[in-house]
Design a protein around this ligand. Structure first.
Ligand code: FPP
Length: 239
């Protein structure tokens, strides 16, 4: 398919795309505005990413919205981000249902403020039967925390050492049953993973784009897919 000048092979789309949405603070700073203005503008980019991925037929989209380390930010910024999350969960249920998108929250939901938890649970319940794209919102998410959580759950389930293998661990991750990300993108020019999906990204392709997240639009997504489709994935083998 030809779109916005990009040629995309629909038979070789990544099944799962994961995005580290970075650069909101710098985007706002450039405009001499408070950081939260960057996060607010970022919500438009979040919507664009979701509609673009679902229109393309991506099976799973994961967005890194708040990490287990983001609590270190000012109380004002944290509460601003939490308010954005609440508003998102309560206001976007209809648009998720119109697109048949099933929303999941990955991360330690129990560590989020009560109101965020309630709004998240409503969004999850109201979209649970949808059959289209799965949207994972990573909130209070950390890759190491996810592995600790999985190990605890396995211990609780009384698994014996010989029952623990890769397939078993996968069942206890927040992303259980989902394909691993084929493509991980980080915006803003930073080249770090920042504790994102540590287990799941074993064979992912990475793209680091200089664009600041609030400037993201559909054409960025198409560009990333084209770049992904030029990669030679060997999974440790030879060709
Ligand atoms: C990184 O930019 C962005 C974040 C830590 C927050 C991203 C969150 C949103 C876009 C809101 C998402 C909410 C939902 C429910 C989808 P930064 O602040 O680290 O930017 P900087 O590196 O330029 O300072």
């Amino acid at each position: 398919m030809e779109i916005d000048g990009y040629t995309i092979d629909e038979s070789r789309l990544p099944r799962h795309v994961a995005i580290i949405m970075d650069g909101n603070g710098r985007w706002a700073k450039k405009r001499k505005m408070p950081r939260i203005f960057g996060h607010r503008t970022a919500m438009k980019a979040v919507r664009q990413a979701i509609t673009t991925a679902s229109d393309l037929g991506i099976e799973v989209l994961t967005l890194y919205a708040f990490s287990t380390e983001n609590w270190k930010r000012s109380a004002e910024e944290v509460s601003g981000l939490m308010s954005l999350a609440i508003r998102y969960f309560l206001n976007e249920i209809k648009s998720m249902n119109d697109r048949d998108i099933r929303v999941r929250v990955i991360g330690d939901i129990s560590g989020l403020p009560e109101k965020v938890q309630e709004a998240a649970h409503k969004m999850l319940a109201d979209t649970a039967d949808n059959q289209g794209m799965v949207l994972n919102l990573a909130l209070n998410y950390g890759g190491r925390e996810e592995l600790v959580h999985a190990a605890r759950k396995m211990a609780e389930a009384g698994l014996s050492p010989d029952q623990i293998d890769e397939a078993q661990i996968e069942k206890y991750l927040y992303t259980a049953g989902q394909p691993d990300p084929d493509l991980v993108v980080r915006t803003s020019g930073e080249k770090r993973l920042s504790n994102f999906l540590l287990w799941q990204i074993a064979y992912a392709e990475f793209i680091f784009d200089d664009i600041l997240w609030p400037d993201f639009d559909a054409s960025c997504f198409y560009k990333w897919i084209v770049e992904y489709q030029h990669r030679d994935r060997r999974y440790g083998g030879v060709k």
